[in-house]
Design a binder for this molecule. Sequence first.
Ligand code: CA
Length: 219
Amino acid sequence: MRLLLVEDNPSLASGLSLALSNKGFSVNHVSKGQQALRAVQDDKPDLVTLDLGLPDMDGLDVLRQIRKLDSELPVLILTARDSVDDKVSGLDLGADDYLCKPFEIEELEARLRVLERRLGMVSSSRIEFGDITLDTATLEVIQKGNPVDLSRREYMMLKSLLVNAGKVLTRDSLEDKLYSWGEEVASNAIEVHIHHLRKKLGASLIKTIRGVGYTIPKS
Ligand code: CA
């Protein structure tokens, strides 16, 4: 899940980036409205959290512009403004949800999971496939009743493959899902994660499609 975090408060932004990337989001942080619009245009995220008080633009104008570019992109407004007027105009302009600062990170995560489910990428917080259960709320992976210890990126990769079971994911698309924007990716990184997943979950789960990518076939 690629999340665009639009927030001009540096300490809040770095706290949120850390917490959300630990929850399996690939986070792109920008601190200005113009940068947010550029990111939506050039490298579309799956979800946006949008602060309203930004240094260069009003967040509601950013939202208006985002809606012109993409009417479907889920946007959660995250702001210190808590007047009913702001809330109503945000929702009227097409925000999908609204959370007032200060908030608990758990609540933000829960609301992002709701938006994720609305995208149709996961139908509940649990994804079940064969003998594997992946819980997107607790980030736990259970195989045959036993917890499997995965690194954050192994978890993200397994989730992407399970959500897209039956489809082939290319190396590029997996890199996009696993790494944040602009992050340095070793050329064999994807192969290494696949290797570890096979070791932990069994060699037959993930198939290599030579020259294309990887898939978990639907049985
Ligand atoms: Ca702000």
